[in-house]
Design a protein. Sequence first.
Length: 95
Amino acid sequence: MLMDAKITEILVCPLCKGPLLWNEKKKEFYCRSDMKAFPVIDGIPCMVPTEAREMKEEEIESFAKTVEETQQRLLNQSYVKLTWQQMAEIYKELY
C-alpha cells in the first residue's frame, strides 16, 4: 500500500505538531521528536497518541538515516536517465 503523498505532507505529530516520517514496510508514521510510531490501520492513519508505540532511539535514527541516504542517492541520480522500474524501486525504498 502506497500512502498518498498529500497525506504524508499534511499529517503532523498530534503531540508536538512536528513532521512525520512514513515507513512503508511497517505501515507507520514516525515522530523523531516524541519517539512515537503511529500505526496505519486499514489504510487510515491512527493519530491517537495512546495508540502510538514507543520507539527506541536507534530504531528511528536508523530509519531516518535510510531515508536521508535514499533521498541523496535519488538526487545524485537525478541527472542520469532512470527507467520507470528504477524510479519505482527508489520510491519504494524512500516511502
